[in-house]
Design a protein around this ligand. Structure first.
Ligand SMILES: [Zn+2]
Length: 389
């Protein structure tokens, strides 16, 4: 496999929210992995001059709803995943494959829901649209499941299970079993929080339900699309250590109000970002970039911390191997910069002002998957360029 050298990096974000910035101005990649963070090398199979741009880990969308390859029935749209790549997304995590037309969610059969998770997991393991890593096979939890169902999806490599179509409180022993089995098997538990979903049959879940259930991740705490009351959000912030997902498809006003409180409490390491799309919100190739900019503009949040919420923190939340610029990790990267006419002297200052950044190049596993510019963002003022290969 080819080696890649990137130099003249303006700013390097590590993905680690506890140490978000690196001093390194160069990277060396070999066999798809980061080999040297900061390097004295001068040659490689491909040499990229980053020309002072921002380099970050590939973005991870913590909340998507995949169905069949690069097609989504919810908006009858094709190539949505390829278009998200042009929004900087190199990996996405399913929050349930719930958009299959006719899926019987009103009278759910546990065998069918287990099979759906296994089928989508197997398909996306063999098919990466435009190279994007899709972590599918998130089993939606319905009454009547057995430990064997959890064992089957864990063995298949699924990362999460999800509460959405479940009557909380009707069978507290069963819901406690589900959470325990998931934890024992290394599966993360995510819950649809807030008001009812587009389906009309999901169950509302505010602080009372969530604090009793003890999930790992509170899905779209700012609403999917309707949030719980702000006072409930604050209870979850203060009374638990659950991860808090901010979603593009939710209420942006309450997201900013809530994020201020998260920052005041020193809990930014608990925040991850997702789009909650495709959905009624649509297909949103720039959705994760926009959410990152939204959070970066909140007082108390540094822009590099917002980048980490969309990279390393998301990787830790879902037990993924990517999300960090670290030796030995998969070389998934975005090179992006300030857009002409935008405020700020640097890409991070522009992001702090709530602006999108312009994507120049994207790498997945050390392979250049976008080499000229993104088709979904304006170009950066000064694009990176390949100077040797
Ligand atoms: Zn969702």
């Amino acid at each position: 496999m080819k080696s890649v050298l990137i130099h003249h990096i303006g700013t390097l974000v590590t993905g680690d929210i506890r140490a978000p910035l690196s001093d390194a101005a160069s990277l060396y990649i070999q066999d798809g992995l980061f080999k040297e963070i900061g390097t004295g090398r001068t040659s490689a199979d491909i040499v990229i001059d980053a020309r002072g741009n921002l380099v970050t880990p590939g973005l991870i969308d913590s909340h998507v709803h995949p169905s069949f390859g690069d097609f989504t029935p919810v908006q009858n749209a094709t190539n949505w995943i390829s278009n998200y790549l042009h929004g900087g997304v190199t990996c996405m995590v399913s929050a349930g494959e719930l958009h299959l037309p006719g899926l019987p969610i009103d009278n759910p059969d546990p065998n069918l829901f287990r099979s759906l998770a296994l089928l989508t997991r197997a398909c996306y393991d063999r098919h990466r649209p435009s190279g994007v890593k899709v972590e599918a096979g998130t089993m939606m939890l319905v009454p009547g499941m057995k430990r064997a169902d959890f064992e089957a999806v864990a063995a298949a490599g699924s990362k999460c299970v999800k509460f959405i179509f479940y009557s909380y409180g009707e069978n507290p022993d069963e819901q406690a079993d589900y959470v325990r089995w998931a934890k024992e098997l290394g599966l993360k538990v995510k819950i649809h929080s807030g008001g009812v979903s587009r389906s009309g049959v999901s169950r509302p879940a505010g602080a009372d339900v969530i604090l009793k259930l003890k999930p790992d991740i509170v899905g779209h705490i700012n609403g999917g699309p309707i949030p719980m009351p702000l006072s409930d959000m604050e209870r979850i912030l203060l009374e638990s250590d659950y991860l808090l997902e901010i979603a593009y498809g939710g209420n942006h006003s309450i997201a900013q109000t809530f994020m201020k409180k998260v920052a005041e409490q020193g809990q930014l390491h608990r925040v991850i970002l997702g789009t909650d799309t495709p959905s009624g919100t649509g297909v949103a190739p720039r959705g994760l970039l926009r959410t990152m900019a939204l959070v970066a503009s909140v007082p108390g949040v540094k822009p590099e911390e917002a980048v980490c919420m969309a990279t390393g923190s998301a990787a830790l939340a879902h037990n993924l191997n990517s999300g960090f610029v670290q030796e030995g990790k998969p070389a998934d990267l975005v090179i992006m910069g300030k857009i002409q006419g935008a405020s700020g002297n640097t890409p991070l200052e522009s992001l702090r002002d709530g602006n999108l950044l312009g994507i120049s190049m994207v790498l997945i596993d050390g392979q250049l998957v976008i080499r000229d510019r993104s088709l979904q963002t304006p170009p950066p003022e000064t694009g990176a360029r390949i100077i040797g290969h």
